[in-house]
Design a protein around this ligand. Structure first.
Ligand code: PHE
Length: 350
């Protein structure tokens, strides 16, 4: 009997200590440890219950029930404390990780393709659709590719340092220039590819110019070259008229004015009816009704001969246009420097 009473007291005392520990615990780790210590497989309660075997059979159910009750109570207390701690932690998080959803958002700035690159891509795309292949060449060139092979006489004014940048100004060795047109790549192409040739030459070119609203010492060109049998000036006209229709998005009247380039004969300047006033005169065309768009002509037989292409069999046409100029005309940009200032307010409009 004393054993039974002792056991009962032990259980009551056990419940009291465990409850107090749980009530005092302030962290999840603590309550988990307490649960292990009192209720786990190797815990104190298991120890107490082991003593059940030593008491009278008829007392066992009562003590057993008491033990279960104690266990249930403690489990409930444990859960209650755990919920409380969970809640406390949530509140702390809500306090410290507070977000003010009324603050204005930070917009992501998305970049896009530069208007000149867009224009260049557009021009390339039109010629690609007509079967022209883009070819690239170096921006630093020998005088041979930039001038000699293109039939420029030795005393041609373009060769002057006033017009062209030389990188070896002391003229030791062959003269090296920053190419002043991409015609240099036409030469390189005719040198390495057997005709028929149908290519365009996009790229940067350099000229020793005063900077103003229309001129910049660096700009971009797309030139073109077609070499085949029985090429006619009419085919050149057709090609360029088609280009202008696609670039400006509508058919425009064009006219070819005689001009001169050392590497084409005959040569012409191509004007188109102003797409903004339909030829009646406006600010963009300087009230002329016409826009000067590009230079072109029939490839001079001398150029072909110099590159071992027989002019008795092959002939061709060439053309060259300024990308900045075409972009300025299409978008009504009045100062070429806008393209290089990197002012987002300008660039954003394209
Ligand atoms: N190379 C000339 C220029 O830069 C353009 C051009 C190319 C003219 C081909 C005729 C034929 O001005």
């Amino acid at each position: 009997m004393t054993q039974v009473i002792e056991l009962e007291q032990q259980l009551i005392e056990f419940e009291r200590t465990a409850s107090k520990s749980l009530a005092d615990a302030n962290a999840h780790a603590q309550i988990e440890a307490i649960r292990q210590e009192f209720l786990g497989q190797k815990g104190a309660l298991t120890g107490i219950l082991r003593a059940l075997s030593q008491i009278e059979k008829e007392d066992r159910p009562r003590i057993g029930q008491l033990a279960n009750k104690v266990k249930e109570n403690l489990e409930a207390l444990y859960l209650e404390r755990k919920t409380f701690l969970d809640q406390q932690e949530l509140e702390r998080k809500l306090q410290t990780e507070k977000i003010d959803v009324t603050l204005p958002g930070r917009a992501k700035k998305l970049g896009h393709i530069h208007p000149l690159t867009q224009t260049l891509n557009e021009i390339e795309q039109i010629f690609l659709s007509m079967g022209f292949t883009p070819m690239l060449g170096p921006e630093v060139e020998t005088e041979y590719y930039n001038f000699d092979a293109l039939n420029f006489p030795p005393d041609h004014p373009s060769r002057d340092e006033q017009d062209t940048f030389y990188t070896n100004i002391d003229r030791a060795g062959p003269a090296v220039v920053l190419r002043c047109h991409t015609s240099s790549v036409q030469v390189r192409t005719m040198e390495t590819c057997a005709p028929p040739i149908r290519a365009i030459f996009p790229g940067r070119v350099y000229r020793n110019e005063e900077i103003n609203a229309r001129k910049f010492p660096m700009f971009h060109q797309v030139e073109g070259l077609l070499v085949d049998r029985d090429v006619t000036f009419g085919q050149l006209k057709g090609t360029l008229n088609h280009f202008i229709r696609l670039y400006f998005g509508k058919p425009l009247k064009t006219r070819f004015r005689p001009d001169f380039f050392p590497f084409t004969e005959p040569s012409a300047e191509l004007d188109s009816e102003c797409p903004f006033c339909n030829g009646s005169g406006c600010r963009t065309c300087g009230n002329k009704g016409w826009l000067e768009l590009l230079g072109c002509g029939t490839v001079d037989p001398n150029v072909l001969k110099g590159l071992n292409i027989d002019p008795e069999i092959w002939n061709g046409f060439a053309f060259g246009m300024g990308v900045e100029r075409l972009a300025m005309l299409k978008y009504g940009v009045t100062d070429i420097r806008h393209f290089y200032n990197n002012d987002v307010r300008f660039l954003e409009q394209f």
